[in-house]
Design a protein around this ligand. Sequence first.
Ligand SMILES: [Zn+2]
Length: 465
Amino acid sequence: MKGCRKNDIRRIVLGGLLAMVVIVLAFAGRTVLFKNNLPAALTQAVALAPPDAGQLQPQPGFTSASGLSMNLNHSQAAAKTTAKTAFRAEAGVKNGAAVSKAPVKPPLPAQTRQKTVYLTFDDGPSKITPKVLNILRQQGVKATFFVLGEQAEQRPELINAIWEQGHAIGNHTYNHNYHDLYSGFTEFWSQIKQTEEIVRNITGVRPQLVRAPGGTYGHFDKTYFQLLEQAGYSVMDWTVDSGDSKRKGVPAADILQESVSDLTASRVILLLHDGGGHEQSAKALPDIIKRYKAAGYAFGVLDGEVPPVQFRVSASAAGAGHAQPSKAWIAANIIPNRELFAPGKALALEIGMQEIRLLPGEYRISEGQYKVPLRAAIERLGGKVSWDVSSRKGRVVWNGRTILADAANKQLTVTDADGRQRVHSADVQIIGSSLWVSLRGLLEAVGHPPLTAAVTAEERRVTTL
Ligand SMILES: [Zn+2]
């Protein structure tokens, strides 16, 4: 008996000490309890070797078409697109900068710290989304929408509305299919990239926030967490589940009750849904907002500056034997991806008398080569790009030339003003629903093969013939 009591006391003392440690860690600003502690090496910004200038040198024997007059008149539409994209890309960069170089802020004293709730809506956009947006507008609060690529493709106008109204957009994969997504990391990755391109095509900005369908618990192993972080993403679970997806048709009263179950937490990340069939969530929303307002909460939108909340790796997920990506795959896909969100440098291109700029996130570096989105590059040069549905080729008209960009055969077919035709092999790719091309291939096709590639502290710059 005595021994037992002694053990009990020891357990209580140890428990007390553990609780103190937990409290201290929790106040250290990060949700350490749920956060996977990543090796320090993986949380550092990944240094990217500057692309080899040699790879951008013009091939010997290639004669450029000189003396062509430059089209200096950007079309109005192109200028508008550029301005819009530029503005938004800056916003994206700001978030990116915050993630890779988190500013060290002294923690605020507990009594002055503003309680904040982050409303998050998953699985949309759907026909429920306009209702949710109306309520948010009426109540004057912002939220974060973790959208599905499949839905975004069908309702791009709603993605635009979410963005225009100042809410944040996160990535919730393309099809939400657990079987696909949790069979191995590369499938999850391809859905993240696919959705990212769909959103980027609509808003001009890549979502950096990722929420795993069903949450990470029971789904993510260490590899999922590590590679997504290494690639520059911020994985976000939640702290409060509204319970609106427990089963079909959970009544609004129940959703409200679950949503406001703890109004003392300094930070609440509330899981709600705006996918099809979630009318009751929209119905509960005005009261949810009113209750948080009454409890003194501010409403925040998630971004790279908000420390992520992440569930721990479950034993079942750790032991699921997910297929692991190879080192070569990681080097080709994960490492360069971080550059998209890095505080990065703009890429300046000198082409004839023109200079165009692609902001960080608007171009990629892979296998030591610059890859650029065909539409953004050509439109900034004052040209036009259209998509030929029947041949599945991009059609560029610039400076008296027509160029067909063929992703299937990885080539650019150039027809000059006088009808002469040439074929260049080039790394043409369809990413999401947009065409990307290697910069070298594009410059050669437009008759301005690259001369030099330089990287300074401020920018990357490519000059051409
Ligand atoms: Zn979901």
